[in-house]
Ligand binder design. Structure first.
Ligand code: B1M
Length: 214
């Protein structure tokens, strides 16, 4: 039986190779053998994805390889979902989530969604490349208390501001708490655009979001 660190390393390697079927089995085995779900996420899946990110930046891998790794990441995350949820948690309310206009990255968004659901928050997922007006319309139509916006590109983070500005123009800014996140987003950017909260990772996003329902 592989030891704890070896199992995490294997998961990272399988992610980098984009082996969706193998990684699902490997994550299941690791969970059965007592490897922590948070470690599998952080030290296996996210660690593997940051290796891919570095290679992508240096031109050592290209979009198809990254897409295959992303598919493996999403499949493996689904396996982790029950383990990351708090058992028997009672429903607390609703939230909306999307990746903003112009941005196709969905892994971080999906993780935030999963963690929120694990805290008993019912999440309506508006998807990726989400049109600003569509977000405003959904906020108007729903009784969600929190709106979560993810952005992964320096060129799309301004779309988070566009959403906040559009909510103000529509006279519904106070209807929801707006949370922002994603790799290029910072606390100072969040303050600058008038967001209600920023967190750097999905687990703290769930903690902060849950507090809005108290
Ligand atoms: Co893209 N990409 N990509 N990419 N991609 C990055 C982001 C990049 C940093 C790679 C690099 O150059 N090193 C770079 C951005 C540079 C920049 O803007 N500064 C980049 C680029 C340039 C591009 C393209 C422009 C490439 C091209 O076509 N030439 C293109 C843009 C397409 C578009 O969106 N319009 C592109 C495309 C793609 C793929 C489609 C191939 C694929 C996405 C597939 C998918 O998502 N289904 C992809 C991927 C996978 C990446 C990297 C490798 C991995 C991103 C990821 O999923 N990370 C990424 C490099 C990297 O990040 N190291 C890169 C794992 C994920 C768990 O992290 O999403 O950051 P992340 O989520 C974190 C936190 O940020 C936080 O929680 C998570 C952790 O717990 N978080 C929140 C996220 N949202 C939150 C919301 C919150 C709170 C926390 O509250 C609401």
């Amino acid at each position: 039986m592989a030891d704890y660190a070896e199992q995490l390393n294997e998961i990272s390697e399988l992610l980098q190779k984009g082996k969706a079927k193998d990684i699902v089995l490997s994550v299941q085995t690791a969970l059965e053998q007592g490897v922590g779900a948070a470690d599998i996420l952080e030290k296996g899946l996210i660690a593997g994805m940051s290796v891919i990110g570095g290679k992508f930046k240096r031109g050592e891998v290209f979009v198809p390889e990254v897409l295959i790794a992303a598919r493996a990441m999403n499949k493996a995350s689904e396996v982790l979902k029950p383990a990351l949820s708090e058992a028997g948690v009672t429903p607390v309310g609703k939230a909306l989530i999307c990746t903003v206009k112009g941005d196709l990255h969905d892994i971080g968004k999906n993780l935030v969604k999963m963690m929120l659901e694990g805290k008993g928050i019912e999440v309506s997922d508006l998807g990726v490349d989400c049109d600003t007006q569509k977000v405003v319309d959904e906020v108007k139509a729903s009784d969600a208390k929190v709106l979560c916006l993810s952005a992964l590109l320096t060129t799309t983070m301004m779309a988070q501001k566009d959403v906040i500005d559009a909510l103000k123009s529509a006279g519904i800014r106070d209807k929801v708490k707006v949370m922002v996140g994603g790799a290029p987003v910072t606390q100072s950017f969040a303050d600058e655009i008038g967001a209600d909260a920023y967190t750097s990772d999905a687990a703290s996003a769930a903690e902060v979001c849950r507090a809005f329902y108290n």
